[in-house]
Design a protein around this ligand. Sequence first.
Ligand SMILES: [Zn+2]
Length: 477
Amino acid sequence: MTWHATGKCMEPGKMQHPVDGRAWKNFDTKYSNFAKEPRNVRLGLAADGFNLFGNISQAYSMWPMILTTYNLPPWLCVETIDVATGQKFNMRAMVLWTINDFPARSSLSGWSGQGYLACPTCNKDTPSVCVLGKIAYVSHIKFLKKPHKWRRSLEFNGEIEDGDPPRKFNRDQIQAQLARLPMRVKGKHSSYGVVKIKHTTKARQDLKMLGIRSGLWLGQTKNGKCSKPQAAYSFTPENRKKFCQFIKGVKLPDGLRSNFKHKVTDNDTNITGLKSHDCHIMMQRLLPYGLQQYLPDEVAKPIIELCSFFKQICSATLMEDDMLKAQSKVVDILCNLELIYPPAFFDIMIHLVIHLPLEALEGGPIRPRWMFPFERFMKKLKGYVRNKAKPEGSIAEGYVAEEALTFSSHYFQDVTMKFNRPDRNVDPPPLTCQFQVFRSICKSIGLRSIIRFDTQELKKVTWYVLYNSPKIDTYRS
Ligand SMILES: [Zn+2]
């Protein structure tokens, strides 16, 4: 429990744990009495609603509160461990932050996640504009330094942008705002988590209304029907099919994602049913390769940059300098995207990306603070429900039973338990083959099949074996 004081990384600017973030350091400076005792507990409070009954009852949701401790090293941060020290001390605990998804954040904090001022960080200065039927969070050029060539451009919203970036509000101002907030009814907004492609008719009308990108305005065919010009950001039907086939054919290590083969529809035109973790894998690993081939360079480039930004910010170790650079980079990326997509594309989820690097500077790496472990835990809780008339009771009983079983399993020997069960993927022992190229520790899976190489393939295989065999170096020269 004292890892945060004894085992933390000492390299300046490197962030591996919340202890390296500014929020932790500021707290220590402010409450030095608390910080003096390393056994005092730092907690994160996670809350999210989930529906136990799937589609049967949309109205019912359960909101478990999960406490996680940050005193432990990063590889144990989301597990619960009891340590008996045998020493007497007055243990105190503080809640470092709460962990929520965006709709739960607005339910619990009271700051609405909809409307003109949806962004809690930008607060009163949230850059937003009303387009047909919705509010778009555009004008990210406000975050650019003055002067900047993009601020004079009419391509963004038809006007020159002279506004300042959103102000930083101090503690007293935020407290005063909190005192005035009305109570909000908790619940999930139905549109969250649904990925929509924003090239609807309304999105095109917005462009005409703002007087930008005239090439994409709606037109009329000779028959008097409405025509929608093909936008550079949307796939042509053939490329869409090829992209889906690419996703279908991709092979990734076991456990990294669900099977994408089953997510692509039968006619290879759509990808459905992706879980949030799949979306991360898709964005960080697959999109950069897939888009490069099927979209024009000027469209693919900012999307690929956004993908690498996510990959960078989700890594286990962050550097402070990198995050400062990423902050200016992400503004450029969003501005570039504004030049490609219609304003209707920019919902609040796209805007919130702009705050991630500075949040990482405050809180440290993202992994101990993101929703994934808690979503997994809630799935586990869902599995405890046997009696659907009493779901909360089932969960409580199931949890206690699991705890008791885990505890008692420490006393069994020669029995297979979760602690001594073999892993799902066990590497076989290294082969004793003398020839280096065949000394691999791979394990074959699935049925064995015999493949016959054609001449070309045989040539490649022969080349590979000879090239990777240092033993024949003398003969080669
Ligand atoms: Zn904002």
